[in-house]
Ligand binder design. Sequence first.
Ligand code: C5P
Length: 261
Amino acid sequence: MTLGWPFSGFRQGGAKSRLIFALDVGSLREAEQLVRTLAREIGLFKIGKQLFLHAGPPVVRMVRDRGGEVFLDLKFHDIPRTVAKAAAEATRMGVRMFDLHASGSLAMMQQTVTEVNRVCRNEQLRRPKILAVTVLTSLTREDLRRVGVQAGVESQVVRLARLAHEASMDGVVASPLEIGRIRRECGRGFLIVTPGVRMAKSGWDDQKRVLTPEQAILAGADYIVVGKPIRDAKDPQAAAREIVAEMERAGAGQRVRGREA
Ligand code: C5P
């Protein structure tokens, strides 16, 4: 039996390297302050459209200079060549992972994977993980119908995850409730990055489809993305440490079950 991330993950730096903090702020200064506070507790920092458009590539360098890794969350969607060339630039920036919309087509994903592999080979760069976004969690069945998609949300998520797998993408960004189905359809080696995580005791803010860090890991997530619960905590470092500890406990639980299996 092949076991999930707790084994490989702990060997490669533990749960800390599987926790992604969403740097959802509007300035380089605020981002720098958060990275300075959290770089010892958290391995990866997610930079989205707002911060990247405001601060540009220097924000990626800032995170890396402080010892963090970057998930560049720009969700590319365009003709294949344009996305492949954008992906090459993300690769040159040294990000650890970036994402694009699976609905951009099999060809768009395949050309991106090919171009990133070519650039890494020719320029001897580290290969980032390339993730697919399936159906945004803000979309309902009615939203899909209005853009001509007759399938329900879950079957569309699974369809696009399988397409990403076929295109040799490394994984998907998926809501907690979709983890199990995607894991079954796409196998153990396919990465699942999961936002929508909340500590059990917190009020669940604006996240409706949520799991705790432990539940997300037990469900099969490889990475979890957390923003608000750390950012708004009285002590962000303690909040991050608490999440990492919970992820580790869930990993240990899986290890015991793995041995028993
Ligand atoms: O709510 P929180 O601040 O923890 O969200 C962290 C990140 O995950 C945000 O950047 C948000 O855009 C993303 N997210 C998502 N899908 C969700 C919920 C949050 O992609 N369902």
